[in-house]
Design a protein around this ligand. Sequence first.
Ligand code: ZN
Length: 370
Amino acid sequence: MERIDHLLPWGHLGCERQLSVFRFGSGERKAYIQASLHADELPGMRAAWELKKRLTELEQQGALNGVIELVPVANPMGLGQLLQGSHQGRFEVGSGKNFNRDFVELSAPVAELLKGKLGDDPHANVRMFRQAMTDALNALPAPSSQLQGMQRILLSHACTADIVLDLHCDAEAALHMYALPQHWPQWRSLSAHLGVKVGLLAEDSGGSSFDEACSLPWLRLSQAFPEAQVPLACLATTLELGGQADTGRDEAIFHAEGILAFLAEQGLITGQWPAPQYDACEGLPFEGTELLFAPHAGVISYLRKAGDRVEAGDEIFEVIDPLTDHVSIVFAGTSGVLFAVERLRYAQAGFWLAKVAGREALRHGRLLND
Ligand SMILES: [Zn+2]
């Protein structure tokens, strides 16, 4: 195992932060796993520590068939944002920016670098694309903030990988994952190993999140250079490992073992691995996810829990105003999986309180809420 420490730019006077990457194995193929880019989403960090121990063992046994890079603490900036006992790990407090938005879009600079240079060997072209992604990142002007510098370091390790797992979680949630629709057949097995309840599929959710900054350039470049026959060579997902409180030891070990079994199926680890314990879940259009909001302020009682299957018209939560005795029941507008609910029990204007993944497209354009 090799530990690579990157110093983040724009440290405050007398205060520096670093980002650490743990690299296991060797070879051409590569998987990249990072945890807790939203710094208050810690189930991924907990599972990453299990992965770190297991990858150390597997490397010592000579069982790794490629490189696996692990970043268990992807956001040291956000980890420090503890404000009077509350953790604000989703947005950078200085700028208000979401840590998982606005990653550099690499397809345009890569297309510029490779114009007229690709041959007819898809494998050689994939290598050229990856090198061009690294070159394009290195050619950018110096980062203008610590956040931007941190995002570029993360992307520089991930954009050359065959498989990228970005470990997040929702507020209170069942396991779910986001990916390109074209990649869903390859992800089904991971969903079965982990007991994922739903895959949310979109080509471009808007916002340039980390997983799409890794996977989407390949789709755009394959369309820009059809003659190069380049596959969508970076299988990237945002994997939501349940809710914020789900940092139990047993579930972390289960998640780590499921990820390792999937990586073994993908050829990165040798040996016998257990078959999935669950059936693969359904992959649904992310456009079919309904966000439910409260109609007024009040205290919330959830009437269903995250992970439940619901039908359109089912009661999901009630909002109670004890001053006026006004009670509103909010119903599912679509049938599907209630995959996440909010942790706060006070309804405020404009904040989602429940998410239902359905089959029919309900939303278009920017699909990610902030
Ligand atoms: Zn997140």
